[in-house]
Write a new protein. Structure first.
Lengths: 557, 335
């Protein structure tokens, strides 16, 4: 992979599989910046075999042709791959799909959600989108924090798999590429590869890098929700800090711990921070998976950066600035604590920014969370690893019925409408007059119903190219675009960037002990010496073989 | 009480009390064997009544048991039971050489032993206490109150404890507001055993008294009256009447508990796994769940689960035997 990022809208990438488990956070979504919280607990499979390339198969042969179409010029153009921002809605929306393509059938889709599950009965948002689709998509929504566990169970019984399944990249179960994908899901190559995608112009509008990430074993299986290059950030409650008269000036890791301590006032039930493990990994530039030291491959768990991140997080916990419920591992409630002001610093996916505004501006118009500008733990130049080209994708259940697959792809084509189309408008904002009204400037103002009904559901199935068009929250697009443009200068490609590599399945769980160890060391239950032991165990139980496996891939290039 | 039924011998054809008199009695008084068909015809209604339970047990317990064969293969859900390659005892070797499994076994045994001493007797004491309350109204009120937590899910129980005893919980915050240090009971691995036992007692001790109260209610008041007339005081009455009446139930429950001893609160532990770490909270059940379902190593997990099943069976059989040695009827007795 080249290290220079393309400025094309298309090229966002990379994930910070830093720890897939807590990285839920990073997901910010494609067409709409949908937030997914960080710190999910317990998604298994840190070293899940990723899907992959098959010997002798060219990725290019499996992916659709790229036929870009731009409906609106962004107000804040992409910088180094960052998400382009749109501060206003175009005067006239274009309907990109002329008639609802559905046959009136009903399809069951399974998606995660980090929030309150919307009602099914009388849901005007579902009704409106299903009408635009012509068929009904019925959602089975599961808690995003434990989605990985649920997926592992559902996918083990191939006949019970829903018609359309959303799979976040960090939740890929072990053996996904080697066993699951080919047995359970539909190979989309014959339907979409090359010019066949022309039947679905909105899918053809998704950049090639994103599609490449949906290829497993040389075949195209996934429908992507394109991901952003910048995925996670450390947020603080700017509104509360202003009330306290504190203006944060954080230049290094020590500053952040000091700030968290300063903000802690246990008597009034307020703590400085949540578990900042994601932050620790980012500010210490822990590589997502592998790094090349000279000509030797080094796994993230073997790096000094990883040690430093653990030491820093342990120091944060030891300082007493972390909310006790976070110490008790109750990550599911982290957002709620942060948003209600019980904790004031939290690492989360960038997409959580606008979701927090959606959920809080009604009751607290002053609510504002702001990410710290990127900094390095030692005060030097920060290094940010690019996010995957797609962090969430969806798969269609295997079927012999070609028409059924074609219909589902036609529905996906509707949902992938880019910014500037009526489809995008409907999926992201809901129905005018019901989920939003337009203010004097023509910007949509969400109604109360929007907060309950317009949750990311269809958005997690497939999406058009990334765009930040959350114009309904005053000042948000500007602030997010400015932060991204600044942070984008520190972006770098991780090794094996943007590729699905199928690891041999025997290494599926050797990385697992580290997820527990990260928690234990952070909370002072184990020390960095235990890390040494764990690394030795990892090496002898397959880590060195895994290194050879990756070395082999490097050598062949 | 169900106990007497359990060790009652199977009704034989000799059942002389049968109202219909169908079971003819041989002149000698010895039973005459009925043909299988006649037995079925005679017990038809009983057999029909037992049928749903048998079907349920077969479908949800016995049929799935055949799935255990995956412990000797490298199972993949997509290749099926017979399509997966057989690998002999390899999974079992991995199980016994896995330090995480040994850790889980250690934790399981520690929790069982601790709870046997500090949890098991609590319902007995509560039952004795309640039994001594004379006013039926007060008794039922207390009973209802202590039953109630049994119907809460573990999620609720753990949340409640977190809200009370957590670092930001009610008690801690109160202490802090009055100038004392706060404390955090929920994240201390050293006191985790005490914590989960407290939770179990709070949730289930009330429920556990039902069976003891039922046993106590079978004791004829005349026995107490007679003993009192003979000059036995309160303690002697309890020692010589109440406790002997409870003994068969206590032994029965103890045996059942032993069979369950490797099953210690899956939900309760998985919910608090992150709070105290895997070191003290991983038990056999959570180990099997993570290895099998979450990491997809089905065969390995099945082997671990099977080991647990075999040990549990041995424990039940052993305890039952022991009960016979002490003259109790235990869970069952060979006819």
């Amino acid at each position: 992979m080249n290290t220079t990022t393309h400025l094309r809208k298309a090229s966002r990438v990379a994930d910070v599989p830093v720890e897939r488990r807590s990285f839920l956070g990073m997901v910010a979504a494609g067409a709409a910046v949908v937030g997914v919280p960080a710190l999910l607990t317990g998604c298994g499979s840190s070293d899940a075999p990723q899907g992959g390339e098959a010997a002798g198969v060219k990725l290019e042969d499996a992916i659709p042709s790229y036929i870009p179409q731009e409906y609106v010029e962004p107000d804040f153009p992409s910088v180094n791959g960052s998400t382009p921002g749109f501060a206003s809605l175009p005067d006239a929306l274009v309907q990109s799909v002329s008639a609802p393509p559905g046959s009136g059938a009903t399809f069951v889709a399974m998606t995660p959600l980090w929030g309150t599950i919307p009602p099914t009965k009388g849901n005007k948002y579902y009704e409106a989108v299903n009408e635009a689709l012509g068929s009904t998509v019925q959602f089975q929504i599961a808690d995003g924090n434990t989605y990985g566990d649920k997926l592992a169970t559902v996918l083990a019984s191939s006949k019970d798999v829903p018609d359309w399944v959303c799979v976040p990249n960090w939740n890929l179960p072990p053996r996904f590429a080697s066993e699951i994908v080919g047995n359970v899901f539909q190979d989309l190559t014959p339907f979409l590869a090359g010019d066949k995608v022309k039947d679905y112009p909105n899918l053809a509008n998704i950049p090639s890098d994103v599609w490449k990430f949906c290829v497993f074993n040389g075949r195209l299986y996934g429908l992507p929700m394109p991901g952003e290059v910048l995925t996670d950030a450390t947020f603080y409650r700017q509104d509360v800090l202003e009330q306290l008269g504190i203006s944060p000036d954080v230049k290094n890791g020590e500053d952040l711990i000091a700030l968290a301590l300063e903000l802690t006032d246990t008597g009034s039930g307020r703590w400085g921070a949540e578990d900042l493990w994601t932050t620790a990994a980012i500010i210490h530039a822990v590589p997502p998976k592998w790094r090349l030291d000279g000509d030797k491959l080094v796994h993230r768990i073997e790096t000094e950066e990883y040690r430093a991140a653990l030491a820093w997080n342990a120091k944060l916990f030891a300082s007493g600035a972390v909310h006790p419920d976070a110490v008790a591992g109750q990550d599911g409630d982290a957002k709620q604590r942060f948003q209600s002001g019980k904790s004031l610093i939290m690492a989360d996916g960038l997409g959580s920014w606008n979701e927090a505004l959606r959920d809080n501006l009604g009751a607290n118009p002053a609510f504002w969370q702001q990410p710290f500008a990127p900094f390095a733990g030692d005060g030097g130049t920060p290094v940010l690893f690019k996010g995957n080209p797609a962090n969430i994708y969806s798969f269609l259940k295997k079927s012999d019925d070609e028409d059924r697959i074609k219909e589902l792809l036609a529905l996906a084509n509707v949902l992938a409408g880019p910014f500037g189309t009526t489809e995008f408008d409907l999926v992201n904002y809901g129905v005018e007059g019901v989920h939003y009204t337009k203010d004097a400037d023509g910007l949509p103002v969400p109604t109360d119903l929007a907060a309950t009904e317009v949750q990311p559901t269809y958005m997690f199935l497939v999406g058009g190219p990334i765009a930040n068009a959350k114009v309904q929250y005053p000042g948000y697009v500007e602030a997010a675009s400015a932060w991204q443009a600044d942070a984008a200068q520190y972006l770098t490609d991780p090794l094996f960037f943007g590729r699905q590599i199928a690891e041999p399945q025997q290494y599926a769980s050797i990385g697992q002990p580290f997820q527990d160890l990260e928690k234990d060391i952070s909370r002072g239950r184990k020390s960095l010496d235990d890390l040494e032991d764990a690394v030795q165990t990892w090496k002898s139980s397959g880590g060195d073989e895994l290194r050879a496996f990756y070395q082999d891939i490097l050598d062949k290039e | 009480m169900t106990v007497p039924l359990l060790h009652r011998r199977r009704p034989k054809a000799s059942d002389a009390e049968r109202p219909d008199g169908a079971a003819a009695t041989a002149p000698s008084g010895q039973p005459r064997r009925l043909s299988r068909r006649a037995q079925i015809a005679r017990d038809r209604s009983l057999l029909i009544m037992v049928l749903p339970a048998v079907v349920l047990l077969a479908v949800f317990a016995y049929v799935p048991m055949f799935g255990n064969i995956m412990a000797w293969s490298s199972y993949s859900p997509y290749q099926g039971f017979f399509g997966s390659p057989w690998i002999g005892w390899e999974n079992f070797e991995r199980v016994f050489s896995n330090p995480l499994f040994l850790n889980a076994v250690g934790n399981t045994l520690a929790i069982t032993a601790f709870q046997l001493v500090f949890f098991f007797p609590v319902p007995i004491f509560l039952a004795l206490l309640l039994n001594s309350v004379l006013s039926p109204r007060i008794r039922t009120t207390i009973q209802s109150i202590v039953y109630l937590p049994h119907f809460f899910s573990w999620v609720l129980v753990v949340t409640l404890f977190q809200q009370m005893f957590g670092g930001a919980g009610l008690l801690s915050q109160n202490l802090r507001q009055h100038g004392y240090e706060g404390f955090d009971l929920m994240t201390n691995p050293d006191t985790f055993l005490v914590l989960i036992t407290m939770q179990s007692v709070w949730k289930d001790a009330g429920w556990g008294i039902i069976i003891f109260l039922a046993a106590l209610s079978t004791v004829s008041p005349e026995l107490y009256e007679a003993a009192a007339v003979d000059g036995a005081n309160r303690w002697r009455r309890m020692w010589h009447i109440t406790l002997p009446a409870l003994r068969p139930v206590v032994i029965l429950l103890l045996i059942l508990r032993l069979g369950d001893s490797l099953t210690v609160g899956f939900e309760q532990l998985i919910l608090q796994r992150a709070a105290v770490g895997v070191g003290v909270s991983d038990v056999i059940d959570t180990f099997v769940y993570y290895q099998g379902v979450v990491y997809g190593d089905w065969s390995f997990a099945a082997a671990a689960g099977l080991v647990k099943g075999v040990v549990s069976l041995a424990l039940v059989l052993g305890a039952n035997k022991l009960a016979h040695v002490f003259g109790e009827s235990g869970v069952y007795k060979r006819a």
